[in-house]
Design a protein. Structure first.
Ligand code: NAG
Ligand code: NAG
Ligand code: NAG
Ligand code: NAG
Ligand code: NAG
Ligand code: NAG
Ligand code: NAG
Length: 465
């Protein structure tokens, strides 16, 4: 297969205005669409009324097929696609039922000790179980190593390689070798490896990345019927590299219609939380979580410092933070641009009650996950960052958000957190930690499964809120 042939002229769509309208409609609302023929205006109808006020807990299509309807449908011969859609309709109905079932006590859900960190623990649990029962992913076999079917499994972009490997051969039961049975199709290329192997250092030219993506989509859309049927709406990609969004510009439908799972989840840069998934950045230096960080859970660390941050002057927010808090040794806020040699980064986290997580050049920061591991309450200072798993998790149950304008008041704000609230935040951290841990092999409710669950929700066209 060829990935490197010269760029082709972009197809100009005759009905460009219809297309733009469709994309707008698709992105701005919860729509349901059929998959038998290419997506067009007759297929993009609003099958479900918008969410009513009583149903605030869940943002997804309202009307479920009634039992009578389901039975009727079963008697006729169903196509594969209809069966898939029927299964999804049943999943939606059961999630909706669980979400509103006040009889179902959360104590019957053994793994959730506290509901304060989930928007709706019952809906989440039901949705997760439905995913385990039904969800099937096809991984395109096209493409060659190393840029496809592999990715970095160490350092800052760990999650990219670990997810691709887990999806390819993790034995997790979600992969199907029959694409017609799949709910979503995964294009397993690594943007981090594109940058490593295709990008010319210092050239600032990202064209090779876009071309690779463009070629990949072209290859699979010619060889298989699936891309053309939905314009990629049931396809997904995953990228942790900062240039993930730029690479996806290589195909306009991939950018605007497909599910893009991205660390760089900046809502001002085309990230659309309705269809895209925010990916947590998990920095594993040599592929493993530092045992030191994990020691947090075994002991009650004495935490003499109020807050800690060490990091470079990247992006627009950190200069403000450093300007206000660097070298303010008379306070208990420990902010460094360069951590002094005698201090250990993880020890500092373990000795602090709060860990400051300002955005750098990009919105995501690996500090958030490190803070969660260290049971150091993350203080999120970012703008336009769509937080990972935020359709399921109540981030206010285990973190603190401070706006950029509040940076000068940081000490006052953190001192103002009562002991009672702090304890709750720590409990929340202990509850959500498993959702941010990568396991080999993957375990239920871990980071791999949570990412897949986010994709599942997008495929259901639902948002748990
Ligand atoms: C949409 O598809 C239907 C058939 O599925 C076709 O009859 C109709 O002409 C198409 N509309 C547009 C605007 O392409
Ligand atoms: C959910 O339950 C409440 C009362 O328990 C009811 O008022 C509301 O209509 C229900 N919503 C749905 C969508 O069933
Ligand atoms: C909840 O329990 C009550 C009494 O046991 C029952 O009448 C009601 O139908 C139940 N509601 C749901 C949604 O199952
Ligand atoms: C999908 O559409 C493209 C562009 O219109 C076309 O070149 C390709 O052959 C189609 N794929 C299939 C499988 O028909
Ligand atoms: C995505 O859609 C917007 C609005 O329709 C359009 O301006 C933009 O060019 C599209 N993005 C890409 C990469 O094609
Ligand atoms: C901050 O403190 C360090 C070490 O104490 C010192 O070397 C540095 O000059 C100080 N920076 C400022 C801006 O005061
Ligand atoms: C998010 O995107 C906006 C618009 O491009 C940009 O101004 C801002 O710097 C970005 N945020 C970060 C942290 O990169």
């Amino acid at each position: 297969m060829e990935f490197f042939h010269p760029p082709k002229p972009i197809t100009i769509f005759s009905s460009i205005s219809i297309l733009l309208l469709l994309i707008f409609l698709l992105l701005s609302q919860n729509y349901n669409f059929k998959f038998h023929t290419p997506l067009n205006s007759t297929h993009l109808h609003r099958e479900f009324p918008p969410i009513s006020d009583q149903f605030r807990a869940l943002h997804f299509p309202q009307t479920a097929p009634s039992r009578v309807k389901l039975r009727k449908v079963r008697k006729t011969r169903l196509s594969r696609e209809e069966k898939l859609e029927l299964g999804l309709a049943q999943a939606r109905a059961s999630i909706r039922k669980a979400a509103n079932d006040s009889n179902l006590s959360t104590s019957s859900i053994d793994y959730i000790p506290s509901s304060s960190v989930y928007h709706n623990p019952r809906a989440f649990y039901q949705s997760y179980v439905e995913m385990e029962k039904r969800f099937k992913v096809y991984v395109y076999p096209e493409g060659e190593l190393p840029i496809t079917h592999a990715g970095p499994c160490k350092n800052i972009y760990t999650i990219e390689g670990r997810f691709i490997h887990e999806m390819e051969d993790g034995g997790n039961g979600f992969r199907t070798v029959d694409p017609s049975r799949a709910h979503v199709l995964f294009m397993p290329f690594s943007v981090a490896w594109m940058v490593k192997y295709l990008y010319k250092d210092g050239s600032y030219d990202q064209t090779p990345l876009r071309m690779f993506v463009s070629d990949y989509v072209e290859v699979v859309s010619k060889k298989y019927p699936f891309w053309n049927k939905t314009n990629g709406a049931d396809h997904f990609i995953l990228a942790c590299h900062d240039w993930g969004p730029i690479a996806t510009e290589g195909n306009r439908f991939l950018y605007n219609t497909s599910i893009r799972v991205l660390c760089n989840a900046n809502s001002s840069e085309g990230f659309n939380p309705q269809k895209d998934v925010s990916l947590p950045e998990i920095h594993l230096y040599d592929g493993e979580i530092s045992p030191k960080l994990l020691s947090a859970s075994n002991s009650h660390h004495h935490r003499p410092h109020l807050a800690f941050f060490a990091g470079g002057l990247h992006g627009p927010i950190r200069p403000i933070l450093l300007n206000h808090w660097k070298n303010r040794t008379h306070t208990n806020i420990h902010v460094y641009e360069y951590l002094p040699k005698q201090l250990d980064y993880y020890d500092e986290m373990l000795q602090s009650r709060f860990c400051l997580c300002p955005s750098g050049y990009e919105v995501a920061s690996p500090r958030i996950v490190e803070a969660i591991y260290a049971e150091c309450v993350p203080v999120i200072i970012s703008e336009r960052y769509v937080l990972p798993f935020s359709d399921v998790l109540r981030w206010e149950g285990f973190s603190i958000e401070v706006s950029v304008s509040e940076i000068p008041r940081l000490e006052e704000i953190l001192m103002g957190v009562s002991e009672e609230r702090y304890e709750k935040l720590i409990q929340g951290l202990r509850t959500v930690r498993k959702h941010f841990v990568l396991n080999r092999p993957a375990k239920r409710f871990d980071a791999f499964h949570m990412i897949l669950h986010s994709v599942w929700l997008r495929r259901l066209n639902v948002k748990l809120a």
